[in-house]
Design a binder for this molecule. Structure first.
Ligand code: 6PG
Length: 249
C-alpha cells in the first residue's frame, strides 16, 4: 500500500490516492493512540487544521477504527486555531467537531478547544496554561501538522515572530496575508512531542514538498524545516503532493 521512503529527518509515506491516504493515516493514528494508551493510559493528540485532515478524521469515524480505540482515553487538543467563533466556517474546532468529535461521540471533557472568544492574547495565555495542566510534562503523544504552500505548519508562518519563540508554548500571531489573528503552538511544543505527523495532499503542495525535500536546494528554511523533532517526522502525502519528487530525493 503506497511507498515509504526514509529521508534525513522524515519518513515519507506516499499514498496512490485519497482513499489510500485516508487509510494509511488512520492506521498510523490508531497505532499511535493504542501505543500511548498501552504505555501510559492516555493519548494526548494535537489536531491540525485546514482541510486536509478531514479525510483522516472521516476514516477514524469508520467502525474499523472507531471500535479499535478506547476514545475515553483520547484527549484532543489543537495545534492552532483561527481567531473566529467556534461555529465559524473557518474554525478548526468546528471542522474537527463535525468530522471526528461528534461522529465518535468524544466526550466534551476530553476535548480542549482554543477559546478564541478570549481574544488573541487571552486565548494564547489560556491555552498555554491548559497545555501545561492537561498534558503530562507538556509532552504530546502526537502532533498533527498540515503544510501550507509557503511551508508554514500550524500557524507558524514565514516571517512571523512566532518562529523565534523559544519558551512560550502557545502564542498569538497576526498573519498579514490573511489579515487575521491566529493562535498557534510553537516549536518548543513540537520539540517535546513523541511523534509528529505531517499530512499534505494535492498537486497544489507538490512544489513546496519537492523544495523542502530537495537536498540540492539552497532556499531560506521554511517553517516546516525549522522543526527539531525527537524522532523522524512521519510525512504522509498523496501522489498529487508527491508529483515533483522524482529528482528531489
Ligand atoms: C490551519 C492549519 C494550517 C494548515 C495548512 C494546510 O489552521 O490552516 O493548521 O497549518 O494545516 O495551511 O491547510 P490545508 O489542509 O487546508 O491545505
Amino acid at each position: 500500500m503506497g511507498v515509504t521512503v526514509n529521508v534525513s529527518n522524515a519518513i515519507l509515506h506516499i499514498a496512490r490516492n485519497g482513499a489510500e491516504l485516508g487509510e494509511i493515516t488512520a492506521a498510523y493514528w490508531c497505532r499511535q493512540a493504542r501505543n500511548a494508551i498501552e504505555d501510559h493510559g492516555a493519548f494526548y493528540v494535537a489536531l491540525s487544521g485546514g482541510s486536509t485532515p478531514r479525510l483522516l478524521f472521516e476514516h477514524l469515524a469508520l467502525p474499523s477504527y472507531r471500535d479499535a480505540i478506547d476514545w475515553t482515553k483520547v484527549f484532543i487538543l489543537f495545534g492552532d486555531e483561527r481567531c473566529v467563533p467556534k461555529d465559524h466556517e473557518d474554525s478548526n474546532f468546528r471542522m474537527a467537531r463535525e468530522t471526528l468529535l461528534a461522529p465518535l461521540g468524544i466526550r466534551e471533557e476530553n476535548v480542549y478547544r482554543i477559546q478564541t472568544e478570549r481574544g488573541p492574547d487571552g486565548a494564547a495565555l489560556d491555552y498555554a496554561e491548559t497545555l501545561a495542566r492537561v498534558v503530562p510534562g507538556g509532552m504530546l503523544d502526537l502532533v498533527m501538522l498540515g503544510l501550507g504552500p509557503d511551508g508554514h505548519i500550524a500557524s507558524l508562518f514565514p516571517g512571523t515572530a512566532a518562529l523565534n519563540e523559544g519558551n512560550t508554548t502557545v502564542v498569538p500571531v497576526f498573519v498579514e496575508k490573511f489579515s487575521s489573528w491566529r493562535i498557534t503552538i510553537t516549536f518548543p511544543v513540537l520539540a517535546k512531542a513523541r511523534r509528529i505527523m505531517l499530512l499534505t495532499a494535492g498537486e497544489g503542495k507538490a512544489a513546496i514538498v519537492a523544495e523542502i525535500l530537495d537536498k540540492e536546494s539552497n532556499h531560506e528554511p521554511y517553517p516546516v524545516e525549522m522543526i527539531r523533532a525527537r524522532e523522524q517526522i512521519d510525512f504522509f502525502m498523496d501522489e498529487g503532493a508527491a508529483g515533483r519528487l522524482e529528482g528531489a530525493l
